[in-house]
Every structure is written in C-alpha cells, then in structure tokens.
Design a protein around this ligand. Sequence first.
Ligand SMILES: [Zn+2]
Length: 187
Amino acid sequence: MNLDMRNVTVINLSDEQVQYLNSLDNGQKFPSNIKIPTLNIKVKYIQRQETNGRCLSANELIRKGEIICYGNGSKINRPIMYSYQIDENIHLVGPGGLDHNCFNPTCGIEKETNNFIALRDIKQGEFLTFNYFCTEYDINSPFYCQCNELKCFKQIKGFKYLTKDEKKYIYENFGLSKYLIKKYIES
Ligand SMILES: [Zn+2]
C-alpha cells in the first residue's frame, strides 16, 4: 500500500452491499454514504441504443486535458460496476457510464489526482470511453470486447494478463493509475 493511501477512509462493503450497488442503474440512487464524483458540466448521460445502457457523452466540445470527472468519489474496499482501482484493495467510486474502449478511448486517469481527463479533443455528442486496462489489475467479471478494431484486446481480464508489450502500449498511449505504474515497473 502506498504511504499516502494509509490514512484514507475506505468503506468496507459486504457481498450484499456490492450486489445491491451493482443492481442500481444510476449512481444517483446510491445510499448517501457512497459518494459519486463531481462531473464536468459539459458532459451528460444519455441512453445508448447499441448497449441499452446509460452512457456519458460530451454535451459540447471538450478540449484535450480538461477534467471530465474528479477523483473525489468514495473509496471502497471492493470493486463495483462503477468503480476503478487505485490501490491493492482500494477502489474509487466513479461516475458510471464510461464504457471500455480498446484503441481510441476519450479519457484517461491522471495518476496523482485520480481525475479522469480528456486524452484528446472530444466532439459534441461523442460517447466518453476509457481503456479499462489503465486502472484494473485483475477484473473480477471479465468480458469479451466486440469493438471489432484491428487491435482489439478481445479478453478484457485486467492489466495483470497483458503481455509486456501490451502493458507498455497502454502506459505510453493512455496512461496508467499510480498503482498500475508500480505494477508495470515490477513486471
Ligand atoms: Zn476491443
């Protein structure tokens, strides 16, 4: 565990609580002790037909480097659908609605702040995405990506399972959380 993580308050969730939080389709419905992060006012949720899910999209042009979402959600000890990993057993509650994207994600994580930032200019109406390998070491509900991109990662299981070259590719193109930088250096 990183030194600076030692004193943070981490909410311990039971199996039932994880199940309950994952059953909610909207972070606004979370109990008041589970804080969802602050979003840039230029983003909004819309229903995405292809996935039948609630996705974040740009409501107006967002410039490269702008903060999309602050890293100020609650810290929890286990992953939920809306969380992303920031340390061994610490997950940060995210906004939800950020789908995985293999090779052209719009957002990345800022390692010192855990803010999500725009990796490039994002056009109005574009869905906000994120490469899950930037934060997730070992995903407990892996899935198969069907983006059909030439360089699709197919199995989205976690950073741990990538080859050295794939890890390097993610690090250099999309950035990694502070925790995964440590794991990358160790590997
Ligand atoms: Zn893919």
